[in-house]
Write a protein of this length. Structure first.
Length: 216
């Protein structure tokens, strides 16, 4: 049985990787039907999360939200904070895209409140920072990014730390604090410098965020 579920997930993820979102959703739904027959609560929650993520990637936000909320409720009832926090952050992203800023903020606060690890807190603060930055709440965004960076530094999460530093640098440019922005870019550069993969990520993020003029 476990092997069967593994094959279903592998087939679905392969479809996702090639952009065949409809096929991926159908495969995950097939697995979900079987899990529901067997009463496998954890797997049911994971399948709803997977289906929701597929619909999100396809831009089908109402369908995504429906499945993600089901996944969140199941994870929370099962006291699975890892699943609940992850899904909560995705729900917030969908709500923000749909223009429901109040709902997105509430979901982000829920994710932070439920976070039990430094990694979870770091990602929750990072997303809260991005939310406030997009809504023009610069000082709230800076405070959240500061907290995120503290958590990610402590855990040595270089990929996430790099992106958080560059996003804070983008915030500082909006606040006309260019010296601080340049400092964050230089720090991110020093993290990426010794790793080709991180350097590619750094270069892409710098370009996307319009920070090229801060490179020394």
């Amino acid at each position: 049985m476990a092997e069967g579920f593994k094959k279903i997930n592998e087939a679905a993820m392969k479809a996702v990787a090639t952009g065949n979102y409809g096929e991926a959703a159908a495969i995950f739904t097939e697995g979900l039907a079987l899990e529901e027959k067997l009463g496998l609560t954890k797997q049911i929650a994971e399948s709803h999360a997977n289906i929701g993520n597929v619909h999100f990637s396809a831009g089908e936000y109402d369908e995504a939200l429906s499945h993600l909320i089901k996944a969140f409720d199941l994870f929370r009832k099962a006291s699975n904070t890892v699943g609940a926090v992850s899904v909560s952050l995705t729900i917030a992203a969908v709500m923000e895209i749909k223009g429901d800023d109040a709902g997105a903020q509430k979901q982000l606060e829920t994710a932070l409140r439920m976070s039990r690890t430094g990694e979870q807190r770091g990602m929750a603060f990072y997303r809260i920072g991005g939310f406030n930055m997009r809504n023009g709440n610069h000082y709230k965004a800076q405070e959240a990014f500061n907290r995120a960076i503290m958590e990610l530094e402590r855990l040595n999460r270089q990929d996430d730390l790099l992106l958080c530093l560059l996003t804070r640098a983008s915030l500082f440019t909006q606040m006309d604090r260019h010296t601080l922005a340049a400092r964050d870019v230089a720090r991110a550069n020093s993290i990426a410098r010794s790793n080709d993969r991180l350097m590619k990520k750094f270069s892409a993020a710098v370009s996307e965020l319009g920070l090229d003029n801060l490179l020394s």
